[in-house]
Design a protein around this ligand. Structure first.
Ligand code: PLP
Length: 480
């Protein structure tokens, strides 16, 4: 419990940690932000961090480590083979997940690469509750296809449904029947479903998916990158799990799946990844590829220091105070923005606060990249860097036409244990001002558009001098 009620009546999330090491950040003036945005081609990915005040681009690899993690890093054992560091991490995974085998890999997508290589053959499908960018890419690269079986609530931006990350079990069964079980490479469940706003699945839903997989003899794979948030939400929102500890919920989840993989850039607040399984056959096949693509079996491309930090980070993930901090801050942000009528994705998820750009700047057509324009505008008035998750993040089709995204979101990630409540309050204030002046936000167009993953390196320009007008109005309001 780290949400307290003040005597004023206000409820605030309370940090159950304190900073021991800090990093200076700078809030550069609006004129410099205008210049920086121009230099970055109106693409937040191209901003230099020295011009960014709150970096809410992602939660990947930017979570704060604890003193215990830093201390453990000093104990890392550098030997190439048979390192004690590997044994410590392997034991921690065995203890927490109850899995015999652990294969280290340099990050989440490396695990996906290995799994796709071993399990996916051309023409096969991988049903999932929702796709993730890197997962999909690796499955497609192996000749497979990702097929989503999300529930209707998943894409409803405003909802009170507690488990938008659930798999539609009927849809899943229909898919298996349609394609034949032998054509299903594996079934994938993603914890804390990233692309729909960090939304969880329920333990009951996972159990139903397990039953179906058992019935058809299918492998069930869990993407546990955002497991910490999902654990928190199961404890908070699933009646049957109230009385369970986080450790017990983790074990219940792990017992239902055949393979667990994770990005330790998120789970465990360090950098790296790994695959855990009790399946001897899969372990042997995956193990063969590891030295080829990642590194020897005891480090898999990771620094041993990071491996020590992951082992401690996984243990810290079993602490409710630790895993509730992110979701509680996000819930606070979402609720405060809702009070101010700002369109946000509900219910609040893990990972970050998602602004619904389709509504926020509903005067901009999708071809003018509303979420990208909102991302640029928010930076101009606040120094906050968010991530566009909309049409800009899509690729054009074979004919060169725009593929319009299902959702136009601006994701404001809240890295774990990093920002304070005053940072969050500042963000709420500037977003609110921007919402009140949303008509000043104009569209963007590409001036340099790469063929692949255009959102990373593409350069854009405003369709009118709206950035000057927006910043002019902002400075005028700030002055009075
Ligand atoms: C980040 C992420 C990945 C990929 O992990 P990396 O460490 O960035 O390669 C895979 N799945 C989900 C759900 C993620 O959030």
């Amino acid at each position: 419990m780290n949400r307290v009620k003040l005597f004023s009546g206000e409820q605030i999330p309370l940090e159950m940690h304190k900073p021991k090491i800090v990093q200076k950040i700078r809030l550069v003036p609006p004129e410099r932000r205008m210049q920086a945005m121009e230099e970055a081609g109106y693409n937040n990915f191209l901003l230099k961090n020295e011009d960014v005040f709150l970096d809410m681009l992602t939660d990947s690899g930017v979570n704060a480590m604890s003193d215990a993690q830093q201390a453990a890093m000093m104990m890392a054992d550098d030997s190439y083979a048979g390192s004690q560091t590997f044994t410590r991490l392997e034991r921690k995974c065995q203890e927490i997940f109850g899995t015999r085998h652990f294969l280290p890999a340099h990050q989440g997508r490396a695990c996906e690469h290995l799994l796709a290589k071993v399990l996916v053959r051309p023409g096969m499908i991988v049903p999932t509750n929702y796709h993730f960018t890197t997962t999909k890419a690796h499955i497609v690269l192996s000749g497979g296809e990702v097929v989503e079986a999300y529930i209707p609530e998943a894409l409803e931006t405003t909802s009170t449904y507690p488990f938008k990350g659930n798999m539609d079990v009927e849809k899943l069964e229909a898919l298996i029947e349609e394609h034949g079980a032998e054509q299903v490479a594996f079934v994938r469940m993603e914890a804390g479903t990233n692309l729909i706003g960090g939304q969880p699945f329920s333990l009951a839903n996972l159990a139903q998916v397990r039953d179906l997989c058992t019935r058809y003899g299918l492998i069930l794979v869990l993407d546990a990158s955002l497991l910490a948030d999902n654990l928190h939400f199961i404890k908070e929102r699933e009646e049957e799990c109230r009385g369970l500890t986080i450790r017990e919920i983790t074990r219940s989840i792990a017992d239902l799946v055949d393979v667990i993989y994770f990005s330790a850039r998120k789970l465990g607040c360090a950098r790296g990844g790994g695959i855990c399984t009790n399946r001897e056959d899969l372990f042997v096949k995956l193990r063969e590829l590891l030295p080829l693509y990642e590194g020897f079996l005891t480090y898999g491309g990771m620094s041993v220091r990071e491996m020590e930090a992951i082992a401690v980070g996984l243990e810290e993930t079993m602490d409710e105070d630790m895993i509730s901090q992110g979701p509680q801050f996000i819930a606070y942000m979402v609720e405060e923005l809702q009070k101010r009528c700002v369109p946000v994705v509900t219910p609040p998820g893990g990972l970050g606060c998602h602004l619904n750009a389709a509504e926020f700047v509903d005067h901009l057509p999708q071809e003018q990249y509303p979420a990208g324009a909102l991302a640029a505008a928010l930076y101009l008035v606040s120094g906050i860097r968010g991530m566009e998750r909309g049409t800009m993040s899509e690729a054009r089709d074979a004919e060169g036409n725009e593929v319009l995204a299902d959702l136009e979101l601006l994701r404001l990630a809240v890295p774990r244990r990093v920002y304070t409540l005053s940072h969050v309050k500042y963000a709420i204030d500037r977003i609110t001002w921007l919402y009140q002046h949303r008509r000043l936000i104009g569209g963007l167009h590409f001036v340099d558009e790469p063929q692949t993953l255009r959102f990373f390196l593409g350069r854009l320009a405003p369709l009118s001098p709206w950035p000057e007008q927006l910043v002019g109005k902002f400075e005028e309001d700030l002055g009075c």
